[in-house]
Design a protein around this ligand. Structure first.
Ligand code: EPZ
Length: 446
């Protein structure tokens, strides 16, 4: 890059590129502002695919998951299953087959679980199938403190012995698990993966288990529906009270995962922040009612279409207040993306993060792009500005990095996003999905 063509901003970008380039770490270069227009298609749900892959462990035989997205988290989960003895293969059409006939080592290694917390959800299936399991405690996370105490409480109530040794959860249920009434609520409401773990373990448990304050997320409903195709007896799906009648054995599944509602919500936010118009295919509005109601409330058009919806926004939006809650409330996984779009609204918005009170790594980065944000504890006041200005920024976690991409689409100039691997965890080749509808995103790899 020759100096004489660099303006002051480009010189900063150039220096950033020079020094921030971490070996092997992709960087996004985003030209803005753009207006998105056209059709995008939503992939299968990451957060439904991961626990469903764990469900394959419940029974010997070959299960097939259809429609799972090709993401680094899915590959890491495949590695975790391979590690315990499963044979995992991805077909030419993306179908993932998991043969769990042989489970040689019921151990979820630290090196894998530390990279992907969802690894914790092999604990329940392994315990139910093998009568014992060792799974690494997940460890730290950029979005805040994320204990697994409720998972362990639930498994203990099913009769498991649980100890912590060298950073590993050592679970023993060789005398078998027994059904019972389990309250799974916590300080922030229900737990998604906690519900997944207990529900899966309960499918092979003697007697009937009732989970009270179960998570109602569509991903949990999808997992329950998949388990029922395997021969499980689960009722109350989609409600906070799940009843699971234990069965002796299950059979492998062949199951198509639901669309990714968080990816769909991210595309909606992309249409709004660029004042564009997107047809979003393979999107279920019923899974996103809180976000849709908010968008309509700030003056955005959101209309259902045969396999999805149309989202259109022609000018400045009104402000709005957001409080994140368990489903069907406003999803915490859309908080960052909606903060980016409200940064360009007409007026002040208040965002309260009730699920992960520290989930604000994007605030400092969006402020670098001239967003006017004031953070107080787990509340951020967003004062709408007329424009965002491009800058070099750093991705810190999956959804924060999605918010930075959206801000880059709307900002004036060239935004450089470092550590793009965060976004690859949850969005499959996002630049190849958005560039055809008007984005100008270049991935630069070392
Ligand atoms: C799932 O994480 C999702 N991950 C997260 O999405 C999502 O943000 C979260 O649910 C909330 O919707 C997957 O599905 C793989 P929780 P999970 O247990 O299950 C507290 C993304 O961006 N808690 O529902 O780990 C916890 O600290 C990811 O795709 C306990 O206190 O979240 C949090 O404050 C990020 N003790 C709250 O409950 C426990 O034992 C909700 O967490 C468990 C949780």
């Amino acid at each position: 890059m020759s100096w004489h063509i660099c303006g002051k901003l480009d010189r900063v970008n150039a220096i950033w590129l020079l020094f921030s380039r971490e070996i092997g770490m992709d960087v996004f270069r985003i030209e803005g502002p753009v207006r998105l227009s056209g059709t995008v298609t939503v992939n299968g749900s990451k957060n439904a695919s991961l626990p469903i892959m764990a469900a394959a462990v419940l029974t010997p035989g070959k299960s097939v998951l259809k429609g799972a997205p090709q993401l680094s988290d899915i590959s890491v989960f495949s590695q975790l299953l391979t590690d315990i003895g499963c044979k995992v293969a991805t077909g030419p059409n993306g179908d993932i087959s998991i043969d769990s006939t042989t489970i040689g080592k019921p151990v979820g290694e630290y090196d894998i679980v530390r990279r992907m917390r969802a690894g914790i959800c092999i604990l329940g299936p392994l315990l139910a199938r093998m009568g014992k399991a060792e799974v690494s405690m997940p460890g730290g996370c950029a979005i805040g403190y994320r204990p697994v105490d409720i998972h362990l409480r639930g498994l203990r109530e099913l009769g498991a012995q649980i100890n912590l040794e060298n950073g590993y959860i050592v679970a023993d249920a060789r005398r078998g698990l027994r059904g019972g009434e389990i309250f799974l609520g916590g300080p922030f409401g229900s737990t998604v993966l906690g519900t997944a773990n207990i529900m899966m373990a309960a499918t092979l448990t003697k007697g009937t288990t009732v989970i009270e304050s179960a998570a109602c997320e569509p991903e949990i409903a999808d997992l329950a529906n998949c388990l029922n195709t395997m021969g499980a007896k689960i009722t109350g799906i989609g409600s906070p009270r799940l009843t699971i009648e234990g069965v002796k054995e299950l059979k492998p599944f062949e199951y198509e995962v639901i669309p990714d509602r968080i990816e769909a919500g991210t595309f909606m936010a992309a249409a709004v922040i660029t004042r564009g118009c997107l047809h979003i295919h393979n999107c279920r509005l019923k899974d996103l009612m809180a976000a849709v109601a908010l968008l309509r409330g700030i003056g955005v058009t959101v209309e259902a279409e045969n396999t999805g919806c149309i989202v259109a926004c022609s000018g400045k939006t009104r402000p709005a207040d957001i409080t994140t809650q368990p489903h069907p409330g406003f999803p915490t996984d859309l908080q960052a993306q909606f903060m980016a779009l409200l940064a360009l609204a007409e007026g002040n918005s208040v965002i309260i993060e009730k699920i992960f009170p520290d989930r604000f790594m994007h605030v400092a980065e969006l402020s670098r792009m001239a967003a006017d944000l004031r953070k107080e504890g787990s509340t951020v006041i967003v004062s709408g500005v007329n424009k965002l200005i491009a800058a070099p920024v750093m991705a810190s976690d999956l959804r924060a990095s999605a918010a930075l991409v959206l801000a880059g689409l709307a900002a004036e100039g060239t935004t450089i996003i470092n550590r793009v691997y965060h976004i690859d965890r949850g969005y499959e080749k996002i630049e190849e999905r958005l560039n055809p509808v008007g984005a100008k995103i270049t991935r630069e790899s070392d």
